[in-house]
Design a protein around this ligand. Structure first.
Ligand code: DUC
Ligand code: ZN
Ligand code: ZN
Length: 480
């Protein structure tokens, strides 16, 4: 009987801290050895010329989320996680959403039904809180955190999700009590409604005006408000999908003040611009790029890189939120043709997150290989209570591994995405660096673009508390 089930031989192992030539030995789904000249395994993979990195962890994806009467999402757990492994990911964290008036616990039970037996990769759930009643805050959240749902998301906009300031403060205070990390969608609801009404009155209804209706100031104001509320309640927060300089500088300001404010950014903020929303002559093609916050401009890309390279951002996620383009469920649905405000917000990206960061970051020498691993895997595991099970290559970790060809030149194309959406907003983008094999707990699930895994290979991850959710030692809110 060979000592190892799998040996990955002759590659360059990259973690968030080290880059070494080593073989990796896997047994029973775990990494059990790193060394040179390991004995042959039952299966042997030649990784010569390849990077051997922790599988991607995408801590911000939306799959099979309730549509509130709007167009349905283009990905369920099956297609969304298939796309994830095609892109070199082994874990995703989507959101169990509480519709207003519903119990959070029953929303989680329903979301498990969506996921059970369907996932190609491992997954955990964040909780979206849209109705923070006293039962939710006093009973449901503490018990859900104990059960492994250790992070929440709150929204500062959207009719069906927006929380007012008092509700945000209550959720923050609750998170502090139960040790959960709160992710915040920072865009100001009233400012967006005002802008939308004014733009529509002026006849400015094309998809491009989605970006005009949510300028950077709207994101900056909300980010500042969220930071102030986090300071008042003395609770760490994670500001997600930061799009440009204004919000990035709010994060940096808070971090320099010593507040525990963490940041996430995404491929759309270094690879797309608001001009993409113009389509051809302000036509409907621009709907393909409608997401929130909207993509900005080239100067904003520079600001996002400044935030990535100086450590303002800890995680690089896709915010994969796929909708169809064509058809009655698509971004081109009849209502959406009447105004940008009806175009569903969100774009697919889980299959290209890592390639975009590698190509724009590592290949262009903005970040090191080790920073790349931190931003796409290790920091997600640490931030969301999955470390030290996920996020590195060392004995004892799950054997979640991506083999990466750093020299492979590819053009991003719809047929490589394996997602449910009928388009990719990155169509035609040239990248260098591509995942050639994805290994989930020791099992090959993707090789050279072929999906080898099956729905149901992925397991639910009960997460621990985030060490990042701990307030600074000895700190207290003034009311404690
Ligand atoms: N917020 C997200 O986090 N994802 C997609 C749409 C949105 O507004
Ligand atoms: Zn959001
Ligand atoms: Zn999102």
């Amino acid at each position: 009987m060979p000592e190892f089930d799998l040996v990955i031989r002759g590659g360059t192992v990259v973690t968030a801290s080290d880059t070494v030539r080593a073989d990796v030995g896997v047994r029973d789904g775990l990494i059990v050895a790193l060394g040179t000249d390991l004995a042959p395994g039952q299966t042997n993979v030649d990784a010569g010329g390849l990077l051997v990195m922790p599988g991607g962890i995408d801590s911000h994806v939306h799959l099979a989320q309730p549509a509130f009467g709007g167009p349905a999402m283009a990905d369920d757990f099956e297609s969304g996680t298939r796309s994830a492994i095609a892109g070199g990911n082994t874990t995703v964290l989507p959101f169990a959403l509480q519709p207003r008036g519903a119990s959070l616990r029953s929303s989680v039970v329903d979301y498990h039904k969506e996921a059970d037996g369907k996932s190609y990769c491992d997954y955990g759930f964040h909780l979206i809180i849209s109705d923070p009643t006293s039962t939710v805050l006093g009973q449901e959240l503490p018990s859900l955190v104990d059960d492994g749902y250790s992070s929440f998301k709150v929204f500062m906009t959207y009719d069906d999700l927006v929380l007012n300031d008092r509700q945000i403060l209550d959720v923050f205070d609750c998170a502090r009590g139960c040790g959960a990390l709160v992710m915040v969608h920072c865009e100001g609801y009233d400012a967006i409604r005002f802008m939308t009404e004014k733009l529509e009155q002026a006849g400015k209804k094309a998809p491009y005006y989605h970006a005009v209706s949510r300028p950077e100031s709207v994101e900056r104001e909300a980010a500042h408000r969220a930071i102030s509320h986090a300071e008042l309640t003395d609770v760490p927060i994670m500001i997600v999908h930061v799009s440009g300089r204004e919000a990035m500088e709010q994060l940096r300001w808070a971090q320099q003040k010593g507040l525990k404010v963490y940041g996430e950014t995404c491929p759309q903020y270094i690879a797309l611009t608001a001009d993409d929303l113009k389509g051809l002559n302000m036509d409907e093609i621009g709907g393909k790029y409608v997401c929130s916050p909207p993509p900005r401009d080239h100067a904003s890309w520079d600001a996002i890189w400044e935030g990535i390279t100086t450590g303002v951002f800890q995680t690089f996620s896709s915010d994969h939120c796929p909708f169809y383009y064509e058809g009655t469920q698509g971004k081109l649905n009849p209502k959406a043709r009447t105004s940008f405000k009806w175009v569903p917000n969100g774009i697919p990206g889980v299959a290209i997150r890592m390639q975009v960061l590698f190509s724009e970051g590592v290949v262009k020498e903005r970040i090191s290989l080790n920073q790349f691993v931190a931003l796409t895997s290790t920091n997600h595991a640490k931030m969301y209570g999955l470390y030290p099970r996920k996020g590195s290559i060392a004995p004892g970790f799950d054997a979640d591994i991506v083999l990466w060809d750093p020299n492979r030149k590819e053009t991003i194309r719809q047929e490589l995405m394996h997602h449910g959406a009928d388009y990719t907003p990155y169509e035609g983008m040239a990248v260098t660096g591509w995942p050639v094999m994805t290994i989930l707990r020791g099992r090959k699930v993707m090789e050279e673009g072929k999906i080898l895994g099956e729905p149901g290979n992925g397991a639910f991850l009960k997460r621990g508390l985030s060490p990042f959710a701990k307030p600074a030692r000895d700190s207290q809110p003034a009311y404690a």
